[in-house]
Design a protein around this ligand. Structure first.
Ligand SMILES: [Zn+2]
Length: 388
C-alpha cells in the first residue's frame, strides 16, 4: 500500500478542498488521502456501532464502503443508530445508510449487502474489502466474522457495547484473533443483548468512532493500530482500560495447529438465544393485571429496590430481587394472596419469578411486557427517591 510522491497529483481540486484538514496532517498528507480514496472497508451491521463508524469512514473519504445488514430500521433503534432518521423507519438499514452516507460525501461509493452475513456468503462479501469493521450485536456473527477474517487474512476491527460499557479489539493477520481472547462464547442466555439489558446511545458513538479511527489507521497505514490490546471503555466512570494479549498458539482458528479450518454453524455453536425466557409462565396483559389489582390481587415487583424506585407500577410492592429459593414476604404471601402478579421492567424477570413462586406453591402470573407495557397502555406508574 506504499505510495510515491509523484502519484499524489491524482487528487482533484474539490477533493483537496474537502479533505484539507486531514491532508495537512503531515502523517497523512496527499498520499495518505489518495490511499484512503483507493481503499475498501466493510462495515458489518448498520446499527449502533456501524453508524458512527460508517459516518466517519465516509467523511474521511474511504473510497468504497460496504454495508452488510439484513435488518430494517425500527423506531427503537434511533437513540443510538445515528445513520438513520425518523423518516427511515421501516426501510432497509443498508438503503437508509447509503442515502445518509451519500448526502455526507457523494465522493465515496457505498455498496449495499442487504443480507445478514452467514457462512454461505461471508467469504464472498469480505473478500472484496481491505479492512473489516465489525459492529454486529451477536456472538454468532462476531465469531463468524472473526473466523472469516482469519481465513482471508483481513485486518479486523471488532467492538461490542452493552449498558454503559464498550470493548474494542483490533486484529491484524498473524497477530491474534477474537478467539485468542475469547476462545468460546458465553453460555447462551447468560449475556444479555442491548434489547434486553439496554445501552446508553452515546456509548456507541464513542466506541464506534474509535473503530473508525482504528480502521482509518489500518487503511492509510499510519499510526499505531491498537493491535494486541483489549480496550475497555467504562462510560459510567468515564475511563478506558487496556489489557494486552498475544496470539494464542493453541487458538482453534489462528493457532499453530488450528482445529477449525472452515466455517461452522455459528448459531448452533453459540446456542440459540433464549428469546422465550417467559416460556411456561402464565402471563397477563397490562389491562388484565390492572383489573386483577382492582379486585385485590397484589402486584409484586421482583426487581432490586433501587430499580423499583426509578419507576414502578402504581400500587406494586417491592419484594425483589427474587432469586432461586426466594419466598414471598409474609406481608404478601399467605391466605390473603391466593394469586399474585409479578412485575419487572420488561416481563422477563417477572416470568422467571412467577415460575419460582409457582414451584414453591404460591400461585403467580407475570405481567407481560412489564412496566414498559403498563406505561404504554397508559396505566399509572410512580417513581420514588431513596428516602421514601
Ligand atoms: Zn486466534
Amino acid at each position: 500500500m506504499s505510495s510515491t510522491g509523484e502519484a499524489a497529483g491524482t487528487l482533484s481540486a474539490p477533493q483537496v478542498e474537502r479533505y484539507h484538514r486531514q491532508i495537512i496532517l503531515p502523517e497523512l498528507g496527499l498520499a495518505g488521502q489518495r490511499d484512503l480514496l483507493a481503499r475498501r472497508v466493510l462495515v458489518v451491521g448498520a446499527g449502533a456501532l456501524g453508524s458512527p463508524a460508517a459516518l466517519y469512514l465516509a467523511a474521511a473519504g474511504v473510497g468504497t464502503i460496504g454495508i452488510a445488514d439484513g435488518d430494517r430500521v425500527d423506531v427503537s433503534n434511533l437513540h443510538r443508530q445515528v445513520l438513520h432518521g425518523t423518516g427511515d423507519v421501516g426501510r432497509p438499514k443498508t438503503a437508509s445508510a447509503k442515502n445518509r452516507l451519500a448526502a455526507l460525501n457523494p465522493g465515496v461509493r457505498v455498496v449495499e449487502h442487504r443480507q445478514y452475513l452467514d457462512r454461505t456468503n461471508v467469504l464472498a462479501v469480505m473478500a472484496q474489502y481491505d479492512v473489516v469493521v465489525d459492529g454486529s450485536d451477536s456472538f454468532a456473527t462476531r465469531y463468524l466474522v472473526n473466523d472469516a477474517a482469519v481465513q482471508l487474512g483481513k485486518p479486523l476491527v471488532s467492538a461490542a457495547i452493552l449498558r454503559f460499557e464498550g470493548q474494542l479489539l483490533v486484529f491484524r493477520p498473524g497477530a491474534g484473533c477474537y478467539r485468542c481472547v475469547f476462545p468460546e462464547p458465553p453460555p447462551a442466555g447468560t449475556v444479555p443483548n442491548c434489547a434486553e439489558a439496554g445501552v446508553l446511545g452515546a456509548v456507541a458513538g464513542v466506541v464506534g468512532s474509535a473503530q473508525a479511527v482504528e480502521a482509518l489507521k489500518l487503511l492509510a497505514e499510519v499510526g499505531e493500530p491498537a493491535v494486541g490490546r483489549l480496550s475497555l471503555y467504562d462510560a459510567w466512570t468515564g475511563t478506558w482500560q487496556q489489557v494486552r494479549f498475544h496470539r494464542d498458539p493453541t487458538c482453534a482458528v489462528c493457532g499453530d495447529r488450528p482445529t477449525i479450518t472452515s466455517l461452522i454453524d455459528y448459531d448452533a455453536w453459540c446456542g440459540v438465544p433464549a428469546d422465550s425466557a417467559s416460556e411456561g409462565a402464565p402471563e397477563v396483559s397490562a389491562e388484565e393485571a390492572w383489573r386483577l389489582h382492582q379486585s385485590g390481587v397484589p402486584l409484586v415487583d421482583v426487581r432490586p429496590l433501587a430499580e423499583y424506585r426509578r419507576g414502578h407500577v402504581r400500587g406494586s410492592v417491592p419484594v425483589g430481587p427474587v432469586a432461586d429459593g426466594s419466598d414471598l414476604p409474609a406481608s404478601v404471601a399467605g391466605a390473603a394472596a391466593p394469586l399474585v402478579v409479578c412485575v419487572c421492567l420488561q416481563g422477563v424477570r417477572s416470568a422467571q419469578a412467577a415460575r419460582r413462586f409457582s414451584a414453591a406453591g404460591q400461585r403467580a402470573v407475570s405481567l407481560q411486557g412489564g412496566l414498559l407495557a403498563w406505561a404504554r397502555a397508559g396505566l399509572p406508574w410512580d417513581s420514588s427517591s431513596a428516602g421514601d
